[in-house]
Design a protein around this ligand. Structure first.
Ligand code: HEM
Length: 147
């Protein structure tokens, strides 16, 4: 069970990242190109949100089942796995959730695209930053590896 969750969390990042990158590019194109907000745009943003929530559940499972909260926070690697990974990723997922909710509330199509571009864009930077920090803090991890 543990192994399945770990591999699922490791591999699912590519689904989240791919959807997030496409959603941000689409939102930027819609914002600057003053395009209409289509049903396809809405669906992609919702799928991105769902993929991030699945990653959150997998991450919580791995975190608590393997006792990562017990790591020694006086060393960089312990600090990363105990606090930094979870807090940066949870913040990114909150931004995706809030951005998607806000985009539904605004009526104007360009404002919808702008909201998604800003919130999802910051979330993307946070996630990439957290993965870079992971590679630095934990020498056993690589940017593109799946464990
Ligand atoms: C979008 C959100 C997230 C992404 C993209 C992400 C990405 C990753 C990546 C790339 C790894 C390294 C996997 C490997 O080396 O093969 C990892 C490991 C881990 N993540 Fe996340 N993560 C996310 C959210 C979370 C959350 C919210 C939690 C905790 C609640 C969490 C807990 C963990 C733990 C404990 C590990 C270490 C697993 C192990 O190797 O045993 N992650 N995550």
């Amino acid at each position: 069970m543990n192994g399945i969750l770990k591999s699922a969390h490791s591999g699912w990042r590519y689904v989240v990242l791919l959807l997030l990158i496409i959603a941000v590019l689409q939102a930027l194109a819609g914002w600057f190109g003053k395009k209409s907000y289509t049903e396809g745009n809405r669906k992609l943003n919702v799928f991105t949100l769902i993929s991030a929530h699945i990653q959150l559940l997998l991450g919580l499972g791995v975190y608590f089942l393997n006792g990562w909260y017990k790591m020694d926070s006086s060393v960089a690697m312990g600090r990363y796995w105990k606090m930094e990974h979870i807090s940066m990723m949870v913040l990114a997922i909150i931004l995706i959730t809030v951005g998607n909710a806000k985009s539904k509330k605004v009526a104007d199509a360009v404002a919808k695209h702008r909201t998604i571009a800003v919130f999802f864009g910051i979330a993307l930077l946070l996630i990439l930053g957290a993965i870079f920090m992971m590679v630095k803090a934990d020498p056993s991890r690589t940017f593109f590896g799946i464990s």
